[in-house]
Design a protein around this ligand. Structure first.
Ligand code: PHE
Length: 378
């Protein structure tokens, strides 16, 4: 009886291992991705997924790595708190992925990162800029810069280019990204000699921002820093214009979406934000990526999330190739040792915190499109 029980348990284990066979032992290298394909920040997830998928297709067309092709398993977290943990648990425990790619929004990466860390599965966030994401542990990486840098870039921009002396800050208190970027901007701007003329809060998903914008207007700032995501930002810009708050509004990468232009129209015209790359920059790497993406996705111009999604998959493939293995520890070590990686979003290295060190760009909304203004190096 004991023997029988023991035997039964072994079979169960073997079955589980076989079910997980897409991971280490299968004929393909199974990579998990989680993204906000639907919900409030759907354009973030759709873009990052499209970029990721394009990279996987290009890698496979070139033969894959270690003699195996990649297989991408994508899960939609619906832009909803609670879902990232669900889907990443599933990708790791049920599907047996060798690595996780995702997410764009920092709050959602922060939710999933402890699960990847506990399971020793490397996770690469394409676009989450809050410092806490990689502080979760040594299996967590990102291919984007972090908000202490982005906040400083925009603080210097406010001082030097906008020549602003007094800036109001309007923060989404529901978002780790927004709270962090607001803090780093304020530190940078006051250090550069500026004054914070007012600090107001909103909750992502709000529709009426008039009370706070009225308070901001009466503080008479030279400009308003809004570290939010595009749906909220578009409404904020519209209501600011209606209230006659006619000063520059500016923010960070969360502004970047075609939807900002489609909803905000003339109300977003002339405003500024920092982000990771400009589709109209002249580098050969960017030109090739933009052409391949347009060809694959019906002429659509790739935004920063698309470029970062692409970079995250290419970075993982490079790590697996250098590791010579799909073992989590070996991949982790190879990724951590990256001193030079040529990404679409610029040359980068991975520092001791597993963050990418690379440039930011500043764009302006002009004529209903995003126009490249400048590149700022770290
Ligand atoms: N950096 C944002 C965050 O951490 C996400 C983002 C990245 C948004 C790139 C747009 C473009 O939440």
């Amino acid at each position: 009886m004991r023997d029988l029980l023991f035997h039964g348990a072994c079979s169960a284990i073997i079955l589980t291992l076989t079910a997980c066979g897409g991971g280490n032992s299968g004929s393909t290298i199974l990579v998990g991705e989680f993204a906000s394909l639907t919900g409030k920040e759907a354009t973030f997830g759709i873009s990052s997924h499209e970029g990721t998928q394009l990279a996987i297709e290009e890698l496979n067309a070139a033969g894959g790595v270690l003699g195996k092709k990649f297989e991408l398993k994508t899960e939609d977290d619906q832009s909803k708190a609670g879902e990232p943990a669900n889907v990443v648990n599933k990708l790791i425990s049920k599907d047996g992925v060798v690595a996780i790619l995702g997410e764009v929004a920092s709050s959602r990466s922060l939710e999933a990162a402890p699960i990847a860390q506990q399971n020793k599965i490397p996770m690469i966030s394409p676009a989450s800029t809050n410092p806490k994401v990689t502080e979760t542990g040594d299996y967590i990486f990102r291919v984007c810069f972090i908000d202490p840098f982005q906040g400083t870039v925009m603080a210097n921009f406010a001082t030097k280019t906008l020549k602003a002396k007094k800036v109001a800050v309007f923060t989404d208190v529901k978002s780790d990204y927004s709270k962090g970027l607001a803090k780093f901007f304020k530190e940078g701007f006051t250090k550069a000699g500026g004054t914070i003329a007012g600090e107001l809060d909103f909750n992502g998903g709000d529709k009426d921002f008039k009370a706070q914008l009225t308070a901001i207007k009466s503080a008479a700032p030279d400009a308003v820093f809004v570290p939010g995501y595009y749906t909220d930002v578009a409404l904020i810009c519209i209501q600011a214009k209606q209230l006659g708050l006619n000063v520059p509004l500016f923010g960070g990468d969360g502004w970047e979406s075609e939807t900002l232009l489609n909803i905000g129209k003339d109300a977003v015209e002339g405003h500024y934000f920092s982000t990771h790359y400009a589709a109209d920059a002249a580098s050969p790497k960017v030109t090739a990526f933009v052409a391949a993406y347009k060809k694959r996705y019906n002429g659509k111009v790739p935004d920063a999330m698309a470029a970062l999604g692409y970079d995250s998959a290419m970075f993982l493939a490079d790590g697996i190739k250098r590791a010579g293995s799909t073992d989590g520890d070996k991949i982790r070590e190879a990724l951590a040792a990256t001193t030079d990686f040529d990404a679409v979003t610029g040359k980068m290295r991975i520092n001791e915190h597993r963050d990418a060190v690379k440039s930011a760009v500043i764009l302006q909304v002009k004529g209903g499109a995003f126009k490249y203004l400048e590149t700022v190096s770290p």
